[in-house]
Design a protein around this ligand. Sequence first.
Ligand code: FMN
Length: 188
Amino acid sequence: MTDRVIVGVTGATGQAYAVSALELLDRTAVDVHLIVSDAARVTLRQETDYAVGDLLELGDAVHDVDNIGAETASGSFRTAGMLITPCSMKTLAAIAHGYSGNLITRSADVTLKERRPLVLMPRESPFNRIHLENMLTVTDAGGIVVPPFPSFYQRPDSVEEMVDTTMKRALSQLGVDLDHDEWDGVGA
Ligand SMILES: Cc1cc2nc3c(=O)[nH]c(=O)nc-3n(C[C@H](O)[C@H](O)[C@H](O)COP(=O)(O)O)c2cc1C
């Protein structure tokens, strides 16, 4: 199995999830092919202290979102799968309908057609029927929807810890196993 994964970052709120994913993957031997949308750059600036350049440095290879000729646009480029975090409703809609208008949505389409894991972390609130139907469509096509909903039972000490816990669970869906806590039950 290849140790390459594609990471797409889109313009939904929750850029901390992208930072977490890339920092966690940086601790592994996994080769990250990173694609950041134009809207993600705006949202990243709005909600984190990260410059876009800092984020891009965490990718082993960085592809322009408009470079539809990049390796990840072809199924012949073998990967262990793709993560999109956070995933906007626009990108979710495009993937659900096979509309491969940029390198993120094309790479996601390829990941699905090659039957490789596609993990989406869609973020919106509240969801309308279109959002929910699109998540169902992607799930029916083999995608894995992992909304960035935090859990509280570990009693996290910080937002970063909450984000990392959620991200470790998402990455495990791609076969990247970090030291995520296993629930060992609770007494009645
Ligand atoms: C600060 C900010 C927060 C946003 N939050 C969300 C969000 O949570 N969910 C969403 O679907 N779109 C959100 N958007 C809108 C998307 O960025 C917008 O629809 C964009 O066209 C998505 O493009 P992309 O999927 O190519 O990144 C947000 C935009 C900004 C500027």
